[in-house]
Design a protein around this ligand. Structure first.
Ligand SMILES: [Zn+2]
Length: 129
């Protein structure tokens, strides 16, 4: 018997998006470009149902739940960012890299970006286990 339970196996990307949506917008989505509140749903990123796209009827810009964060511009799954956020103050980069199944260098960069607050992910502070 050589099976192990990995944290990432029991967390779904879809649930993370759902939770981010809930924490970030509450019940009113606003445009990340102009602040407008006349927002319509506008399909999905890469056709993936939990990656909702929106369009602002005021300025016509489109955006997603994460497009104002560094999470949008790299290939690390959102759930790894969330787990990194939750564990970053508790374990070393090396341990975190193992949990996240990423290189230590990448984890170190992610932790730095989360700490610098350039992610605009302050709403993650409301995340509860
Ligand atoms: Zn707008």
């Amino acid at each position: 018997m050589n099976k192990k339970l990995a944290l990432l196996d029991i967390i779904s990307e879809a649930t993370c998006y759902e939770k981010i949506r809930e924490l970030k917008w509450g019940d009113k989505i606003h445009c990340l470009n102009c602040g407008g509140q006349d927002i319509r749903k506008n399909g999905h990123d890469n056709g993936i149902s939990y990656k909702q796209r929106y369009i602002c009827k005021d300025c016509n810009k489109t955006f997603t739940d994460i497009s104002d964060t560094v999470m949008a511009s790299n290939h690390v799954p959102i759930k790894k960012w969330i787990v990194c956020w939750l564990l970053k103050d508790h374990i070393s980069n090396k341990e975190l890299a193992k949990v996240l199944e990423l290189d230590t260098d990448i984890v170190s960069d992610m932790r730095g970006e989360l700490s610098e607050g350039i992610l605009k992910v302050n709403y993650l502070k409301n995340w509860e286990w």
